[in-house]
Design a protein around this ligand. Structure first.
Ligand code: KG4
Ligand code: ZN
Length: 339
């Protein structure tokens, strides 16, 4: 079964074809990240306008690279939530037009479910149930993936998402956008023990909080400035990266231990972080659990993950009609919540 996946919830306009939820057939990504970097972060209106410009060519190329026409697809999957609403709607409306023209099922996909499904592309034998930390620019969830379309959120951030914290601290340190890769790069030259950053207290056994950590970096930078001192950017980047990655890894491993999970996964943009990957790897080995990591190319936003999840949504009958709307927020367990 060939599914076309369309993604436009942030600053990547992406389309891909995946066969049977597992085999990548084509994968095209156009991004406005360089333009967004000029403003230090994603400007929603710029993102929406670039999606409107890029989407036709991106989808056409994904089909051409796959050697398929829309008639040969079995479904058209699209991110419909959560995300920047003006951006999401560009993908949703394009997908609707294509589904209508080609008379194919329109499959709505939750963006975070898509991030999790990226794992199926890299690990052909990975099947739910498993435990997954989904950490992106907008979300940080510890999720029990019960089956392909049923999820239970065990913990979440009570304030900033992990990626957002990386982006904000990078901005404070003058490292530019996106912050995650910039911090990792700077951290390579730094000493992670140089600055003592706090471990935030948070209610909820598996919840995380990053706003205090972000403020601690900001305060350290401001205090140094007031005293006429300079902060070592590599040392601060390394100290921050270690602290945030330790928190994420500890919470995930705690949840794994408590639930007796035999398979642990990472997903989302922050899953590209090398230190986080190695900390979770060490912990998983100690627990005797299998660790599955997404390939780096599937950590950030892409259409392949939407096509992969779209396959499983279609299998379980999640098909939308042409009144499908986009939503800026929606819990990942939306179809398992009461009411
Ligand atoms: O999943 P994603 O591409 O988009 C959203 O759904 O938000 O995640 C983007 C986030 C950004 O905040 C970016 O700084 C972060 O992922 N990120 C990283 C790394 N690469 C991207 N964070 C830490 N380390 C990285 N290597
Ligand atoms: Zn994402």
């Amino acid at each position: 079964m060939y599914i076309l996946g369309i993604e436009s919830s942030c600053d990547e306009t992406a389309a891909a074809v995946v066969e049977d939820g597992r085999r990548l057939v084509s994968n095209v990504i156009a991004t406005s990240v360089a333009e967004q970097a000029l403003y230090g972060g994603v400007v929603p209106e710029i993102a929406s306008r670039r999606h409107a410009e890029y989407i036709s060519a991106t989808v056409e190329k994904a089909l051409a690279d796959a050697g398929l026409t829309a008639d040969q697809l079995d479904g058209i999957a699209v991110t419909f939530a959560p995300g920047l609403i003006g951006a999401v709607l560009v993908g949703v409306n394009f997908a609707k037009g294509l589904a209508y023209a080609a008379q194919k099922p329109l499959v709505p996909v939750h963006h975070l479910r898509g991030h999790i499904a990226a794992l199926y592309l890299s690990h052909p034998d990975l099947k739910p149930p498993f435990l997954c930390l989904v950490a992106s620019g907008g979300h940080s969830h510890i999720v029990q993936v019960e089956d392909y379309t049923h999820f239970k959120v065990l913990g979440r951030t009570v304030d900033d998402a992990a990626g957002e914290a990386f982006d904000k601290v990078a901005r404070t340190l003058g490292l530019g956008y996106p912050g995650g890769p910039a911090i990792s790069k700077a951290a390579k030259e730094g000493d992670p023990k140089a600055y003592k950053l706090p471990v935030p207290h948070v209610e909820g056994r598996y919840n995380v909080s990053f706003s205090g950590l972000k403020t601690a970096v900001l305060n350290a930078v401001n205090q140094a400035e007031m005293k006429g001192e300079t902060i070592s950017v590599p040392d601060m980047a390394a100290s921050f990266e270690r602290r945030i990655d330790e928190i994420l890894a500890q919470k995930l491993l705690l949840a794994a231990q408590d639930t007796g999970a035999d398979t642990i996964c990472l997903a989302g943009g922050v899953a590209a972080n090398g230190l986080l990957r190695s900390l979770v790897n060490e912990g998983a080995q100690k627990l005797g659990a299998r660790l599955c990591l997404p390939e780096i190319r599937f950590c950030g936003d892409n259409g392949a993950m939407i096509a992969a999840q779209g396959f499983y949504e279609l299998q379980s009958g999640n098909v939308a009609d042409l009144t499908l709307n986009g939503l800026p927020t929606l819990p990942i367990d939306y179809n398992t919540q009461p009411g």
